[in-house]
Design a protein around this ligand. Structure first.
Ligand SMILES: [Zn+2]
Ligand SMILES: [Zn+2]
Length: 343
């Protein structure tokens, strides 16, 4: 089968190669991949940044967002049949640690992520534990199946606190920030302001539900944000960028009693003025990791059923797996947002 692998420990080095089709064990299924989404994580692996250097062991088949069809069943698998269309939660958990026992699978102590720790989905076939599968109804196309995972990150972040009738600031409009904008809009938020320096992403943010988009690289960002929220600041901040200036803006602007949910990963330590930015303001801070299994998947499935078209502007490109390096080039030049690969 054809697979896109990170070949060696160096920047770029993503090649299409021939690999043996994997064999499912008794509790797994073999999936023929139809479409797969390129994530920021894949781009980190492509760039070979600090995070990738410490986590990725090449050669590795990358990719973790997909839709496909079950081709073969392990002998213990009874819940699915050959021909079922599926996506899957890419975090493979141990079912054994304290978090798993508490039903918090998304923060399992022993998580293995497909396309990061083990072979992923940028390949014609992949094996997956049956317990990770999500059965696709006819209302979900392969194209949308391929973005359920990041849509889930966005859903998990938005659902962490109420947003209805509240003022929301979303910092960072990569695909997850944009999905979060659309979901927040659908849930009846009052005013949504997005901060995003890239003009393509800013344009899509407006299309997808933002009332205002501000460029955080321009002067007086804080004053602008405060004036857009009638000087009280936002009730909710969804931090999707991991950029230190955006995090600083989030905690300066958040209204008293507000909620800050942090999804963006930062590459440095961030300092907070706990007294003035957190304690005296009485705010709630949440760290958001992955998707709740499978509460978030139910919410995403329902969202696509009712609002599937709303996310279309985020998917800027669809191309064959063989063009994967072209996709990374577009991402490097900020000329693409979500790229879906046809496998
Ligand atoms: Zn992803
Ligand atoms: Zn666990």
């Amino acid at each position: 089968m054809k697979a896109a692998i990170k070949e060696i420990r160096a920047p770029k080095s993503i090649i299409i190669t021939e690999k043996k089709i994997p064999t499912p064990n008794d509790d797994e299924v073999l999936i023929k991949i139809k479409k797969a989404g390129i994530c920021g994580t894949d781009f980190h692996i492509y760039k070979w940044d600090n995070w990738a250097q410490h986590r990725i062991v090449p050669p590795l088949t990358i990719g973790h967002e997909f839709g496909g069809v079950i081709e073969k069943l392990g002998k213990n698998v009874t819940k699915y049949k050959v021909g079922d269309r599926v996506s899957a939660e890419g975090h493979i958990v141990c079912h054994n640690c304290k978090s798993c026992n508490l039903g918090n699978y998304h923060i399992c102590d022993n998580v293995k992520i497909i396309g990061v720790d083990i072979d992923g989905c940028f390949a014609e076939y992949m094996v997956m534990p049956a317990s990770n599968l999500w059965l696709l109804g006819n209302h979900i196309s392969d194209r949308h199946a391929a973005i359920m995972d990041p849509l889930g990150n966005a859903m998990h972040t938005v659902m962490a606190q109420p947003v209805k009738d509240r003022n929301v600031l979303i910092t960072g409009a990569g695909s997850i920030g944009l999905f979060a904008t659309a979901i927040t809009r659908s849930l009846g938020a009052n005013r949504i302001v997005v901060s995003e320096p890239n003009s393509l992403k800013a344009e899509v943010a407006k299309k997808i539900g933002a009332d205002e988009v501000i460029n955080p690289l321009e002067a007086n960002t804080y004053q602008k944000v405060m004036s857009l929220f009638d000087s009280h600041g936002p009730d909710v901040v969804l931090e999707m960028s991991g950029v230190s200036s955006a995090i600083e803006l989030a905690f300066n602007a958040i209204s008293k009693g507000g909620d800050v949910s942090l999804l963006g990963l930062s590459d440095q330590q961030i300092s907070l003025d706990l007294n003035n930015q957190v304690i005296f303001k009485g705010i709630t801070i949440r760290g958001i990791n992955g998707r709740r299994m499978f509460e978030t998947w139910h919410q995403v499935d329902e969202y696509i059923k009712n609002h599937g078209n709303s996310i279309e502007p985020v998917i800027t490109h669809e191309m064959p797996l063989s063009n994967i390096n072209e996709a990374f080039d577009l991402m490097a030049n900020n000329a693409a947002i979500k790229v879906v690969l046809s496998i």
